[in-house]
Design a protein around this ligand. Structure first.
Ligand code: ADP
Ligand code: MG
Length: 450
């Protein structure tokens, strides 16, 4: 399996990047639903985690659906230590008085649940996010009125929602009085709930959640269509709010637009403070680049930053990724960051922007081509004459845009990233087996890229 994952990884990111970053990755352990991958240095570990962690997990999951987590660690000097107990780390993540734990070191190294980079200090405030930032500050100060409960942050991917939530958690955990903060993704909430059901320990699960002072649930849109988990969350929510505990939730849409989330839950989510994180502006992007470059301690010429701020507009994550790639490249080859280097290193990304193909465009073109309604791209129908074009559209979205698998899935009626991965594999397979089909797909690709 590992060799297949490696091969696909190499396909996915290209040989050069693979050689630079992942050649030394070694499979260390496979324990039920968790995979451990080792890298020789902290720098490599952090880099791989950040840049390729998600991809690695997806690839593993497509090889082995039982895998839930890929843990990336540094190889301990002087031999290999046993893989520690891989039980689900506790959801309670930050406590002002940290209890001494035997595995605390290990925990903070690998499963550090709060990203140390995501603080208020490192968050750059501009017009698009100033309201959300102000709300987050208020809640973090602990002086927020009940009008701030729940705090609901929403906006597109990569615009800083998770960053703000972590910043609140850091701030609260540094306060003198003991505040228990639990941060988790909605996905994690569901996995924990489901595994509590399986182990018949839902009472413990409920008690644990209800004992926190602040509960943060990130990316609530994950619960769309997951009715049982929504119901459990609804009860947790009520229990906490009723006892005056703070709830913070993020999602990609406002409560009223979250179709697929039960009405009563949406209503309650909209009852507190709802803050929109807007798409970035040129000025904010430039300010973010300046802050990050300064933090990295690498001189990046103003022209390069202006160029990036102008070109890379989708979201902050992508912008940051581009700057990181430039900086890593400069380190690796011991060369200064220049406009030429930017054009060269970011060639793929920039090309995607120049073409600016959107998933919507792909869906429209493919639907037209196969003579189906565009709404079928998001429908649940599985008839071959509908499902196949939908798979083709997913395949083209992966090929022609820089969107990630989960993002693509979301645009196709909130499907899972594994569905997208399956579609890509299926279309690839069919194209190899059936030349007519391959020509068809190539034609679509050409129409879309002219
Ligand atoms: P979201 O949760 O909205 O998808 P994240 O919070 O994960 O987005 O942000 C994506 C990346 O962009 C993170 O690395 C985050 O630190 C960075 N980022 C987003 N907004 C800002 C900002 N205003 N200032 C600094 N970094 C930001
Ligand atoms: Mg997020």
């Amino acid at each position: 399996q590992w060799s297949r994952v490696r091969a696909r990884l190499q396909d996915e990111i290209g040989e050069v990047e693979y050689r630079n970053w992942l050649r030394q990755a070694a499979l260390h352990g496979l324990d039920g639903d968790e995979i451990t991958v080792m890298l020789p240095t902290r720098f490599l570990r952090d880099w791989v985690n950040k840049e390729y962690g998600g991809l690695l997990t997806s690839l593993w999951q497509s090889e082995n659906p039982a895998v839930r987590r890929v843990d990336i660690r540094t190889r301990p000097a002087g031999g290999i230590t046993a893989v520690p107990n891989l039980a689900e780390p506790s959801a309670v993540l930050a406590k002002s008085t940290q209890p001494a734990r035997r595995d605390a070191e290990d925990r903070s190294e690998t499963a550090a649940p709060l990203d140390p980079r995501f603080t208020f200090d490192t968050f750059v405030v501009g017009k698009p996010n100033e309201f959300a930032y102000a709300c987050a500050r208020r809640v973090a100060d602990g002086h927020a009125s009940p009008g701030f409960n729940p705090l609901f942050l929403y906006g597109g991917v990569g615009l800083g929602k998770t960053h703000l939530m972590h910043a609140i958690a850091w701030e609260l955990s540094q306060r003198a009085d003991e505040v228990t903060v639990a941060y988790m993704s909605a996905e994690k909430f569901m996995h924990r709930f489901v595994s509590a059901l399986r182990r018949q320990s839902t009472i413990e699960f409920k008690n644990e959640l209800r004992s926190v002072d602040v509960l943060m649930v990130d990316d609530l849109q994950f619960l769309i269509g997951k009715d049982g988990t929504q119901e459990e969350f609804f009860h947790t929510f009520n229990a906490l709010v009723d006892s005056g505990k703070q709830i913070i939730v993020s999602a990609d849409k406002s409560p009223s637009d979250l179709s697929g989330i039960e009405d009563r839950l949406r209503t309650r989510l909209g009852c507190g403070m709802v803050a929109d994180v807007h798409a970035t502006t040129y000025e904010l992007r430039l300010a973010i680049l300046e802050a990050k470059a300064a933090r990295a301690g690498v001189p990046v010429p103003g022209r390069v930053m202006e160029f990036l701020a102008q070109k890379i507009t989708a979201n902050v994550r992508e912008l940051e990724g581009a700057l990181n790639r430039l900086i890593a490249h400069a380190h690796l080859f011991d060369r200064p960051v220049t406009l030429e280097a930017a054009n060269e290193v970011l060639h793929d990304l920039l090309r995607a922007y120049d073409r600016k193909i959107t998933i919507e465009e792909i869906q429209k073109q493919v639907a037209e081509h196969y003579n189906i309604r565009i709404s079928e791209m998001s429908s649940v129908r599985r008839a071959r004459n509908i499902a196949r074009p939908r798979q083709v559209a997913m395949y083209l979205a992966k090929q022609l845009t820089s969107r990630s698998l989960p993002e693509i899935g979301r645009k196709f009626g909130n499907r899972d990233h594994t569905t997208v991965m399956h579609a890509v594999a299926k279309v690839t397979e069919l194209m190899a087996a059936d030349t007519d089909f391959a020509q068809d797909v190539d034609l679509l690709k050409r129409i879309l890229t002219v």
